[in-house]
Design a protein around this ligand. Structure first.
Ligand SMILES: Nc1ncnc2c1ncn2[C@@H]1O[C@H](COP(=O)(O)OP(=O)(O)OP(=O)(O)O)[C@@H](O)[C@H]1O
Ligand SMILES: N[C@@H](CCO)C(=O)O
Length: 321
């Protein structure tokens, strides 16, 4: 359960006195998620998500994340929007953490996505990329290629505690990706963490996207590569090519890939697998004492990385070349 920070009823009341949300009816810690402390807040005005931003979120980035949700929602994307307090501010402080209240989105996330749901995610990702055009703020991807080695080094040589030989493999992968990472593909605002737990479905249709706290400016096709990793592998770690084809053709039906993006896809998928392997590895080795959180398994992404390393071209992901 991701609740790192607790607070008293008085602290909450003081915080909420700045908003027009009426009296609190209930507050519950949310079991899902690993990054921030999230609560379901019910007040006289309805249901909301109260988020206290934790270690990986730089407070200076919060105007980007919160402004992006407003920008995307205004362009028709179904995503939460921040609630502004009486001073017009979307961001406050609770228990010494930057804190925001965002609107509640109905729907449920899927654990084992079907191909049609992968197709819907692909389309929605491309719609997000289109809707984000014109957003005035920018944010560098703090978890892109140049930050992977420092993240690995922060694990202090302990990778082999997860799997024998993992450290050496990560080092050689870092060498390869640092030398070959593409730089000139179409860029824009990307979600960067569009995993199944961040996509809601209602009545068999995709109903909304959440969790924009890794959003940044980077290569658009990298976002598709993140989704390929997160949506299209089975529990036995094999790629489901039907799901991959559905996701990528769904994306391309809204925003066609350029030839350069298609060529780079295996490399981008390797990088995306390494990025999640590294953050999971770091979290696995450094769970804060007393935090109610279940760290995610790094090995899953090690196996995906190895799969992408064996891929010659994007036809392995179901695309017709
Ligand atoms: N706007 C929202 N409407 C409804 N539920 C939400 C909303 N935002 C978050 N949640 C719920 O809270 C959970 C955790 O939220 P979120 O994914 O933002 O957390 P996180 O700590 O950033 O996690 P992670 O990055 O691991 O996905 C979600 O899985 C979802 O169940
Ligand atoms: N989606 C990420 C967690 C948030 O960064 C993962 O599954 O590792």
């Amino acid at each position: 359960m991701a609740v790192y920070t607790d607070f008293s009823d008085e602290e909450l009341e003081r915080f909420l006195s700045g908003y027009d949300l009426g009296a609190v009816q209930s507050l519950k810690g949310i079991a899902e998620g690993v990054e921030n402390s999230n609560y379901l807040l019910v007040t006289e005005a309805g249901q909301f998500i109260l988020t206290l931003y934790e270690k990986r979120v730089d407070p200076a980035d919060l105007p980007f994340f919160l402004g992006l949700m407003d920008h995307l929602a205004a362009r028709g994307l179904n995503c939460p929007t921040p609630v502004h307090n009486r001073q017009g501010e979307a961001l406050g402080r609770l228990a010494d953490r930057p804190t925001a209240i965002i609107t509640f989105l109905n729907g449920i996330s899927v654990r084992r996505p079907r191909p049609d749901q992968c197709g819907a995610v692909g389309r929605s990702l491309a719609e997000l990329h289109r809707a984000a055009e014109g957003f005035a703020l920018t944010r560098r991807n703090a978890l892109s290629v140049e930050s992977w080695r420092p993240l690995y080094e922060a694990c202090e040589g302990r990778a082999d505690e997860v799997s024998a030989g993992l450290g050496r493999e990560i080092e050689s992968e870092l060498d390869y990706l640092e030398a070959h990472w593409p730089r000139d593909l179409p860029s824009g605002v990307i979600h960067a963490d569009l995993f199944p737990d961040n996509v809601f479905f209602l009545d068999k249709r995709l109903s909304g996207l959440i969790d924009f706290y890794f959003a940044c400016n980077d290569m658009l096709a990298y976002d598709a590569a993140v989704c390929l990793n997160a949506w299209c592998f089975e529990a036995d770690t094999s790629l489901n090519i039907t799901k991959a084809r559905a996701l990528l053709t769904g994306y391309a039906s809204v925003r066609p890939f350029t030839p350069g993006e298609i060529e780079a896809l295996p490399l981008l998928a390797r990088g995306a697998a390494l990025r999640f392997l590294l953050t999971r590895l770091y979290d696995w080795l450094t769970v804060p004492e007393g935090a109610l959180v279940v760290p995610k398994d790094p090995s899953e992404y090690y196996r995906r990385l190895r799969f992408h390393r064996g891929v010659a071209d994007a036809s392995a992901y179901g695309l017709d070349l």
